[in-house]
Unconditional design. Structure first.
Length: 251
């Protein structure tokens, strides 16, 4: 059997995900998981991706089972702080997605401690942590603290053009938070304008997660009454998935 290559594994998985083919992604993940049983390091990599996929497909039982096993493997392997922190971050975000935001906070805090211990404070992974932790804090009515974390994320992503898609998502998330506190907050429109400007920039259309990001942000524009922007983003998402599907077929 060919030795497990995390790089090849992620590349093939991303091909399915970027094409929006979650069914094939799940089948691939579960097949590789079965093949690598007995290889803890490979298993941890696979489980971490499973956690994220089951979050997208909203398969709670599979998601919680993957979280439980991933945390167990992490404890036994004692990997680097970045690897462990990524697992805790992913686990917390999936717990939040399944409606367990309050229970997710301690896992976010553990991820925060691990990642800050090894990464610079402006690392992209820190931005992802801040954005997702803010969403969980918002869920439990910690609005002030959530806003602080959203702005921490923006302070990182806005300094790097290649993190534009992350900036767009955080702008949309922050707009929702401000709306909940004050529906006529003047910053809401500027945040949505910034997000749409990024998603309308041809520079990002070739990014693997462009279609997913457009799809993720589209409903928010509809929520704020920007129905033409919502329609545009849905079309961009569909076109992006179709293009990525065609590219995947050539591999």
């Amino acid at each position: 059997m060919e030795l497990f290559s995390a790089e090849k594994f992620i590349k093939k998985l991303d091909g399915f995900l970027n094409a929006g083919d979650l069914n094939s992604a799940e089948k691939y993940l579960e097949a590789v998981y079965a093949e690598e049983k007995g290889n803890p390091a490979a298993t941890l990599t696979i489980l971490n991706e499973m956690i994220g996929l089951y979050r997208q497909t909203m398969e709670k039982d599979k998601g919680f089972a993957a979280i439980k096993e991933a945390l167990s493997v992490t404890d036994s392997l004692n990997p680097s702080p970045v690897t462990a922190g990524t697992v805790y971050l992913n686990a917390a975000t999936t717990m939040k997605a399944f409606g367990n935001s309050r229970e997710a906070i301690p896992y976010y805090e553990k991820a925060e401690n691990l990642l800050y211990s090894s990464l610079k404070s402006d690392h992209p992974l820190i931005a992802g942590l801040c954005n997702n932790m803010a969403l969980a804090l918002q869920d439990i009515n910690e609005a002030e603290k959530a806003e602080q974390y959203f702005r921490k994320a923006l302070n990182i992503t806005e300094k790097d053009r290649d993190l534009g898609l992350e900036t767009a998502v955080t702008c949309v998330n922050l707009a929702h938070l401000l709306f909940d506190n004050n529906p006529v907050d003047k910053e809401i429109d500027s945040l949505l304008d910034r997000a749409f400007e990024i998603l309308n920039d041809p520079y990002y259309s070739g990014f693997g997660k462009y279609a997913f990001t457009c799809e993720k942000c589209a409903p928010s524009f509809g929520f704020f009454g920007r129905i033409f922007d919502e329609k545009s983003l849905k079309e961009r998402a569909q076109n992006g998935y179709e293009r990525n599907t065609a590219e995947q077929a050539l591999l």
